[in-house]
Design a protein. Structure first.
Length: 65
């Protein structure tokens, strides 16, 4: 997994509940892309409009990627 995954049950359901895969490699590749979007591109209302990466960077400045 790519850091900083702050995955809730809802986020887990959002990925796995909407996708099916023929094999492990296809699932792993898709999950990495989804994690990148979730952590670095998609804002969260629960985080006051920030991404999980932005939230983590505010707490641990050295963790910013």
């Amino acid at each position: 997994m790519t850091a900083p995954v702050l995955m809730s049950n809802l986020a887990s359901e959002e990925f796995w509940g909407r996708h099916t895969f023929d094999d492990f490699n296809a699932a792993a590749t898709a999950l990495r892309g989804w994690e990148r979007t979730y952590n670095y591109e998609r804002f969260s209302l629960a985080l006051q409009g920030r991404t999980p990466a932005e939230k983590l960077a505010g707490v641990l400045p050295s963790a910013a990627a």
